[in-house]
Design a protein around this ligand. Structure first.
Ligand SMILES: C[S@@+](CC[C@H](N)C(=O)[O-])C[C@H]1O[C@@H](n2cnc3c(N)ncnc32)[C@H](O)[C@@H]1O
Length: 289
């Protein structure tokens, strides 16, 4: 990330959620705040007739794959969150929250849920200012700032009002791709240290380019160049089997690991439009023993 600036990839992800919310016939995930969080430049693109066409998912379109990736992970995390709350989880920690609008979209029925938005201070400051402009920041939301490369999530949560004995749910979306693999594992170790047994985590991760073929491989390499240009290079990739072994060593059971094909089967294949996700990213759901 560029020092002093909010994450540009977080804004890109919000723009993709906005595009899906505005233009998909039957949105898999609706985020009415996404467009409000984007810059005026993005809003012009999202509203322009020419660019709107470009942002529609079409067969083999790289933008379509990106929309599928961002929408699929958001939907999956909130599906698992709803199940965890039904099982008694009382805290929701959005790690690398970016411009995720869950705090604003949460239903009144969730007012007993304590929400922690954890993010880089530069991203978080600008989000807080925007949320204040939208209206009151909900009272069950607490902002915790951290730079993962310099500080542990354990220290960050311990200095907040996070209740260590309470079973919690963590989402960590769109972030491990930008971190050294060891930083990702250290953050998961911090969750294992701070959270109660039975707490769950959903995150997404990239698999190595050599596991991809054809357009997927070229698309991932092009995205990598683009995010490098935005000062947020994609440096974190995992082989699934090695990641599972590392998670097991840390103390997590892997409940589910969805490949791109499995995500398509669950969320996209039956839609009847061209929205689909990429093979480059897996979604994983784990539980602390
Ligand atoms: C692509 S955005 C994803 C945001 C959101 N979770 C989503 O799915 O839209 C990546 C997020 O990771 C955060 N991030 C990246 N590097 C970080 C670091 N070293 N420390 C803390 N946060 C970081 C950024 O501030 C940003 O909010």
């Amino acid at each position: 990330m560029k020092a002093g600036q909010r994450s540009r990839t977080a804004e890109g992800a919000a723009a993709l959620r906005a595009s899906h919310t505005l233009y998909a016939e039957n949105p898999l995930f609706s985020d009415p705040y996404a467009i409000k969080f984007t810059s005026s430049g993005w809003r012009r693109i999202l509203k322009s007739r020419k660019w709107r066409h470009f942002l529609q998912p079409r067969a083999f379109s790289p933008v379509g794959l990106l929309i599928g990736q961002v929408i699929g992970r958001a939907r999956y995390a909130e599906d698992q969150l709803a199940a965890a709350i039904a099982q008694g989880a009382g805290q929701y920690v959005l790690v690398g929250a970016g411009l995720d609008s869950f705090s604003l979209r949460q239903s009144k029925a969730m007012s007993a849920l304590k929400i922690f938005e954890v993010d880089h201070p530069d991203s978080q400051q600008s989000k807080k200012e925007q949320m204040a402009l939208f209206g009151t920041i909900p009272s069950n939301v607490e902002f915790v700032s951290i730079n993962f490369e310099e500080e542990s999530l354990f220290e960050a949560l311990v200095r907040s009002s996070y209740q260590r004995e309470q079973v919690s749910f963590f989402s960590w979306l769109g972030t491990t791709h930008y971190l050294q693999p060891e930083t990702t594992l250290n953050t998961l170790r911090a969750i294992a240290k701070v959270a109660a047994a039975g707490s769950e985590v959903v995150f997404d991760y990239s698999i190595p380019y050599h596991k991809l073929s054809g357009a997927e491989r070229l698309g991932s390499m092009a995205l990598s160049r683009f995010t490098k240009y935005m000062s947020e290079p994609l440096i974190g990739q995992f082989e699934p089997e090695q990641l599972h072994a590392a998670l097991n060593d840390i103390g997590f059971d892997v409940l589910e690991d969805l490949s791109g094909a499995a995500q398509n089967q669950r969320y996209f294949d039956a839609r009847g439009d061209d929205l689909t996700t990429t093979a480059a990213t897996h979604l994983i759901h784990i539980r602390l023993r």
